[in-house]
Design a protein around this ligand. Structure first.
Ligand code: SF4
Length: 118
């Protein structure tokens, strides 16, 4: 594995990390940066936020996000799945839209209350 330089995004301090071939991390101010650096090099993940179509609600799109980080390599597949979803109001904030999304163990949840419009 090649060494990498990256910026820690775990907190606003934004430490400049160096991860060497043996996954030793330097430049991190705290242990969370070391964990982030190792993970970013071996299995990068991201929380995905997007919107899905919804009928009979005040807006035509309902904002959603994964309730944890999913592998970066699955983001394209995740967007394709999200584009197939079509909800019908009402939807509550925090409601699980897809459980165990793409078998990641992470759920896709609604991030806005979407009451029904008569
Ligand atoms: S290494 Fe620690 S202090 Fe530095 S940006 Fe990451 S979380 Fe923040």
């Amino acid at each position: 594995m090649e060494s990498r330089d990256l910026i820690c995004i775990v907190c606003p301090r934004g430490c400049h990390l160096h991860v060497d071939e043996n996954l030793n991390v330097t430049g991190n101010f705290c242990p969370r940066g070391a964990a982030y650096g190792k993970q970013e090099v071996t299995n990068p993940t991201r929380v995905l936020t997007s919107t899905v179509r919804i009928d009979k609600a005040i807006f035509p799109l309902c904002p959603v996000r994964t309730n944890g980080a999913i592998p970066k390599g699955k983001l394209q597949e995740a967007m394709e799945e999200i584009n197939k979803i079509h909800l019908v109001a009402p939807v509550s904030i925090g409601q699980v839209i897809v459980k165990d999304f793409l078998q990641t163990g992470i759920d896709l949840i609604a991030t806005r209350e979407m009451p029904i419009v008569e």
